[in-house]
Each structure stands twice: as C-alpha cells, then as structure tokens.
Design a protein around this ligand. Structure first.
Ligand code: URA
Length: 410
C-alpha cells in the first residue's frame, strides 16, 4: 500500500477500507510514516469525515496498536468516565478517587491538553513527582491496593493515540468527530471496562459548538462502545463558560482539592456527582457523603502517593506553583453577568503558557485564571471578576484584555 495514495483518497472524499486504515495506523505507530503525512491525513479526515464503518475501523486499529488490560476473575466492576474536552474541566481529578470509594476499579487513561481544552495529565503533573507513565503490572498492583489509577497512553497501551493526540493538538485537527471517537474509545476500550460514562460537551469552549453536533458525537461513541461490549452512557453538558472558577493546570488542582474537601464551586460538584452516579453502584447520597466526609480526599492522597507524588503538598497546593505575576481583573460595569466565554478564556490561558504551540513544548503549571465570576451572578462596577496568573507582567496585561473581550455584564 502507498501512504500518499491513501491520503489522496481521503482528501478526495472516498471511504477507506479497514486494510488501508490499519496500514496507516500501524505505519504511523511504528514510526515508518512521518508526522507530516499523518498531519495531512488528519486534516483530510477533518474536512471529509469518515463513515460509521471507517470510524469503527479506526477505533479498532488504534486500540490494537497496543495491548488491552485483562482483569483477574475477582476484579470488581470496572468503570470510567471520559469528557470530550472543555475549559476548566477538572472533573476527572475528583471523580476517579470518588468512584474508587465505592470499591469499583477505575483504571483511567487520560490525555494532555488538546486545543483550547486542558488535559488531565498536565493537571496531575502539576503535583510534584506525580508519574502518569505506568507499566501494566504496576496498574494491576495499584488497582488491587487502592482501586484507582490515573495514567496516560504509553508505548504499550494506546501508542497510536499517544502520537496522534499530540499531533492533532498542534495541527488544528482536534474537532473532528471520527478522530475524537477513535481517540477516546481506543483508550477506554483498552481499559476493558464494564461501564463507561461519556461527558459530551457543547458550546464555545467545546469541540462541538452545538448540541446537535454533540449528539451526533455522543451517538457515534455509544454505538462503537456498545458494539464492543461496554455499557456506554452518554451525558450532554454545556460548555459556554468554564467549569468552576479556575482554568490552568495547578489552579485547577487547587479547585479539585477544594471539591474533594466537600467545597468548591457548585457547578463542578454537581457535574462530578451527576457523572459518578451514572456508573457507580452507590447512590448520590452516599457519593455526596464521601465528598463531604473526607473519604474521597483520602483516596486522592493514596492515589498521589501510589504514583510517586508528594501527598503533603495537597494541604496547601496554592503555594506549590506561585506565578510571578498575579493581577486582578475588575468589572467595567454593574449588572448581571451574561457571558464568560469559555473559548476566549481557554485561548487566553493557552497564550499564558497553560497549553502547547508545538508537540514538544512543556506547559507552565502556574499560569491561568482563578476567582472567575459565573454567569448569572450580580456584580458592581470594580468588583473582581477574575485573577490572572502569569509569567510576566506584559502577559498578564494581554490576558486581561483577552478575558474582557469575552466578558459581558448587563
Ligand atoms: N479527549 C480525547 O481523549 N480525545 C479527543 O480527541 C478529545 C477529547
């Protein structure tokens, strides 16, 4: 088979067969097909799409690029959740340990920041020492001990997604339905789950801008997940304003810890409880109690310690990554907040250094926004509507202007 011909066929709108898709994924994973050819292919898929058969074939090829976990007979129910990506979405950091309080196994494989959205791995790596690259034997041993693992794709688990995900992030090829389906489900199917809940986002800070587009994505994932034997639940949530009041890797860890202490912003807590209830055997009342009585936080500490992070720093995480410049943004007028645009905030956070321009870039854990005002709140002129955490004073000024361009109070 000839890679340029396959790219050309997709560019011209033809459906590829399973053999062609497998060949591309294998060549790319093995390093035979260079990044520039895969980038061109991803852009062709972005414009031409894929039909249901191609999408399922791509998912299978990416799944089979690595190994899948096989759980022992005595394993309890194995569950997970995945979000299609949003701004300020730190739900996984709270939800994974919370589900493990229910004596379930949660072998969560996540990604890094993607486009304007943050990534669970980048947030976890803001915790000093936290290691997201685990070997399969370590995963099993940790699940037996504490019931939860939070890791990334590795050379042995989902290597195709590891490479393609990083490439899509920096080639403007993220918001493509078949690429999202294959990326998410190849990771989740490798976990050999009993049940999966998908948090499909729509709105300015999501890859799917409308609810209709989100439903098409959700249904495609339900179909592929179900056909591969996983009980797949799909929830739809708006992403027009950031989740919670913090955006940026370390700032989001601070907020996740607040939620694990029974506090934190109401929208974050509600999202965590709603999604957890979809796959947990415990009721919402019990899940709420585990957040409020410190059980979920203790599980998070166990997780941090098990993955070589420093659990002591969780007591005062805000002090771990102080940004050189912290500047308040004040409301130019009084009224009710009608817009805190998630896309604008996501782009501004990326420009501060919370995301990547090139695949090899490192993220800056300290930068971003906190104390974000929420839509519906009544404020007076001069009230603080956000704080910018920046590396330099000039960056903070630019971020403030960007933020204000997406803010409305009437
Ligand atoms: N999350 C993923 O893992 N992959 C995507 O493509 C989008 C969100």
């Amino acid at each position: 088979m000839h890679v340029p011909t396959i790219i050309e066929r997709k560019r011209d709108g033809y459906a590829l067969d399973e053999g062609e898709i497998r060949f591309l994924v294998r060549s790319f994973t093995d390093g035979v097909m260079p990044d520039y050819q895969m980038s061109a292919f991803a852009m062709a898929v972005f414009f031409q799409g894929m039909d249901a058969g191609e999408t399922a074939a791509l998912t299978r090829a990416m799944l089979e690029s690595g190994a899948s976990f096989r759980w022992p007979e005595h394993a309890p129910r194995v569950v997970d959740k995945h979000s299609t990506g949003g701004v300020g979405d730190k739900v996984s950091l709270v939800l994974a340990p919370l589900l493990a309080c229910d004596d379930l196994w949660v072998p969560m494989i996540s990604g890094r920041g993607l486009g304007i959205t943050g990534g669970t791995l980048d947030k976890l790596e803001a915790i000093p020492g936290f290691c997201v690259g685990l070997e399969p034997e370590e995963v099993l041993a940790q699940l037996e001990r504490i019931g939860v693992v939070m890791m990334g794709q590795t050379a042995s688990i989902c290597p195709a997604d590891k490479k393609l995900y990083a490439l899509r992030d920096v080639t403007a090829t993220v918001p493509s339905r078949p690429l999202i389906v294959a990326s998410i489900l190849s990771k989740k199917l490798a976990e050999s789950l009993d049940a999966l809940v998908l948090d499909v986002k729509f709105g300015s800070g999501a890859f799917m801008k409308t609810r209709d587009a989100a439903v098409l994505l959700g249904e495609a994932m339900r179909e592929v997940g179900g056909a591969m034997g996983v009980e797949t639940r799909v929830c739809y949530h708006p992403m027009d304003e950031p989740t919670g009041r913090a955006v940026g890797n370390a700032l989001e860890v601070v907020e996740a810890i607040e939620c694990l202490r029974g506090g934190g912003p109401e929208d974050l807590r509600e999202l965590v409880l709603a999604l957890a209830a979809e796959v947990s055997t415990a009721g919402r009342e019990q899940l709420t109690a585990w957040l409020d009585d410190g059980t979920a936080l203790a599980k998070f500490r166990d997780l941090v310690e098990a993955q070589r992070g420093d659990p002591a720093c969780l007591d005062d995480f805000a002090a771990v990554h102080p940004a050189p410049t912290v500047r308040e943004i004040c409301s130019p007028n009084s009224g009710v907040v009608t817009r805190v645009d998630a896309e604008t905030v996501g782009r501004a956070a990326n420009a501060l250094g919370a995301g990547r321009d090139r695949a090899e870039d490192a993220v800056n854990p300290a930068v971003g926004f906190d104390r974000l005002v929420k839509v519906g709140e009544e404020i007076a002129a001069g009230d603080v509507i956000a704080r910018v955490h920046a590396k330099r004073s000039a960056d903070a000024g630019e971020a403030k202007n960007k933020f204000l361009s997406g803010f409305l109070c009437e």
